[in-house]
Design a protein around this ligand. Structure first.
Ligand code: PMT
Length: 407
C-alpha cells in the first residue's frame, strides 16, 4: 500500500544506475515514485528501467517530441508534479545539478521542478572527489543547505574514475530511509534512548573457527531504524552482520556474547527502553587455544561453558527501563514466551516461530506473538520486519502507559 509520494530526480552521473535500486527501496517503504531524468542521466540508464520499476511514466524533458497542442495542455506539468508529490529526492545529485539548483536555473524539467517544489528536498550527491571538494561545489552546497535542502554527504571508497575518496552515492536503502524520516511527523520516541541488540554472536573455537547461528540482524536493524525514525537516540549493539547500520544510530560492534554483555551493561543506565533481538550464543569455549586445532583421526569433544545471560541480568538490574526480550521457538510459542518473561523479568517478550519458511532467521518477513506483562497477547499478521518493528514499538509505548497507570 502506498502512503507517500516522491519525485525521484536522476542526474547524469555513473551512479545513475543505483537510482534504480533507490526507486525500489522507496517503493518498499510505501512510496509511489515519479521519476524525472535529466538528459545526461538518460545516457547512463534507460527511462524504461524506471518506468518498469515504478509503474509510472518517466519524465525525460520539458517539451519532448510532443505536438504544440500537447505541450500547451501539459505546459504546467512541472507545477502539477510539484503539487502532487510530498518529497523531491535527487540522486545522484551531480555537481552540475547542485550548481543549477543553487543559482536558480530552470533550463530543464528537473531544475524547473526544483524551483516550483515547496516540500522537502533531499539531495544525495555523487561525483569525483576533486569535484566534490572543489570550493564551487562546497559553496553551492552551503547555499542549498542554508535554504533548507537536506544533503546526504557521499560515502568514501573506490570511485568509477579509478581514484579512491569521497564521492560514492550513499547506499540507496539509507537514502530511502532518510526520505521516509523527513516525511514521518511522528516523534513519539523523542527524548527516549533505545538500546537494541541485533545479530548473532561468534564464539571462537580457535583462531579460525567459531560457533554462531543464523541470525542476520535484520529484525534488530529494522527496530533500530524504526526507533530512530520516531525520534529516539538509538544505541545498536550488533554482532557480526552484513547490513549497513541505519542512519543516526550509534553502532557498537561486538563479536562474542561476553563483548555484547559488556557493551550492554556499559550503556544500560542511559537506556529508557531495551530491546534484545540478538541471537546470543548460549555456550562458548572458555579457554580458546591460541593456535589452529590440527585435524587428527581421533574424535574431538568440546566442553562448552554457558555464556552470561544478558537478558536475565538486565531483568535483575533494571529500574525504570522497559525491557523487551525475544524468543526464538520451534514449538510452544506462547507458553515459552511467558516462561521467559517471568524468569527474566521482561515487560514484553516477542516470540517468533522459527521453524516456518520465510519468517524468523534471515528472512525479510517475520511472524510474531507479543506477550505482555499485563497478560495481553498481540499477534499482528505476518509482514515485513520493518512493519513488525513499527508494531513492536507501538505496543511498547502502549504497554508502558498501561504499566505506569497501574503503579
Ligand atoms: O536476525 P534475524 O535474521 O532478523 O532473525 C531474527 C531473530 C529470529 C534472531 C530474532 O527475532 C530473535 O528471535 N532473537 C532472539 C533469538 C534468541 O536467541 O532467542 P532465545 O530464545 O535463545 O533467547 C531469549 C532472549 O534472551 C533473547 O532476547 C536473547 O537476546 C536473550 N539472550 C539469550 C542468551 C544469552 N546468553 N543472553 C541473552 O540475552
Amino acid at each position: 500500500m502506498t502512503q507517500f509520494k516522491a519525485v525521484l530526480g536522476v542526474g547524469g552521473g555513473i551512479a545513475a544506475y543505483k537510482a534504480a535500486e533507490l526507486a525500489r527501496a522507496l517503493i518498499e517503504r510505501g512510496f509511489s515514485v515519479q521519476t524525472v531524468m535529466t538528459e545526461a542521466a538518460q545516457e547512463f540508464v534507460r527511462p524504461l528501467t524506471f518506468a518498469a520499476l515504478t509503474g509510472n511514466k518517466v519524465i525525460t524533458s520539458m517539451f519532448g517530441a510532443r505536438s504544440a497542442d500537447e505541450v500547451l495542455s501539459s505546459s504546467v506539468e512541472h507545477i502539477s508534479v510539484a503539487r502532487d508529490n510530498q518529497i523531491l529526492v535527487v540522486a545522484p545529485a551531480t555537481a552540475d545539478l547542485l550548481a543549477r539548483f543553487a543559482h536558480g536555473l530552470a533550463n530543464d524539467f528537473l531544475t524547473t521542478l526544483y524551483l516550483a517544489f515547496t516540500g522537502p528536498v533531499l539531495a544525495a550527491p555523487s561525483m569525483n572527489t576533486a569535484m566534490w571538494e572543489h570550493p564551487a561545489t562546497q559553496d553551492n552546497l552551503a547555499l542549498l543547505r542554508s535554504r533548507g535542502v537536506h544533503v546526504m554527504p557521499p560515502d568514501s571508497g573506490p570511485l568509477a574514475c579509478g581514484t579512491t575518496g569521497a564521492g560514492r552515492l550513499p547506499d540507496p536503502e539509507r537514502i530511502a530511509a532518510y526520505a521516509l524520516r523527513l516525511l514521518l511527523q511522528r516523534h513519539d520516541l523523542d527524548g527516549e534512548t533505545v538500546l537494541i541488540t541485533a545479530g548473532p554472536t561468534r564464539e571462537p573455537l580457535d583462531p579460525v573457527r567459531f560457533i554462531s547461528n543464523r541470525s542476520s540482524g535484520k529484525m534488530g536493524y529494522a527496530l533500530a531504524e524504526a526507533a530512530s525514525l520516531r525520534g529516539a537516540r538509538v544505541l545498536l549493539v550488533s554482532g557480526p552482520v552484513n547490513l549497513p547500520p541505519p542512519d543516526n544510530v550509534e553502532l557498537i560492534s561486538v563479536q562474542t556474547a561476553a563483548e555484547m554483555h559488556q557493551a550492554v551493561m556499559a550503556h544500560l543506565e542511559e537506556a529508557t527502553i531495551v530491546i534484545k533481538a540478538a541471537a546470543v550464543a548460549d555456550y562458548h569455549l572458555a579457554r580458546v587455544p591460541p593456535q589452529k586445532v590440527k585435524k587428527t583421526a581421533m574424535r574431538l569433544s568440546l566442553e562448552l561453558d554457558p555464556t552470561p545471560d544478558i537478558l536475565a541480568e538486565i531483568g535483575r538490574r533494571k529500574r525504570d527501563q522497559l525491557l523487551i526480550g525475544f524468543a526464538a521457538e520451534t514449538e510452544n510459542l506462547v507458553p515459552e514466551a511467558k516462561r521467559k518473561m517471568e524468569t527474566k523479568n521482561c515487560d514484553m517478550v516477542v516470540a517468533n516461530f522459527v521453524s516456518q519458511d520465510g519468517t524468523g532467521f534471515e528472512s525479510d518477513e517475520n511472524e510474531v506473538v507479543m506477550v505482555m506483562r499485563t497478560g495481553e497477547t498481540v499477534s499482528p499478521p505476518r509482514g515485513q520486519k520493518r512493519e513488525i518493528a513499527a508494531q513492536i514499538l507501538d505496543q511498547a509505548l502502549k504497554l508502558r502507559l498501561a504499566l505506569h497507570s497501574k503503579s
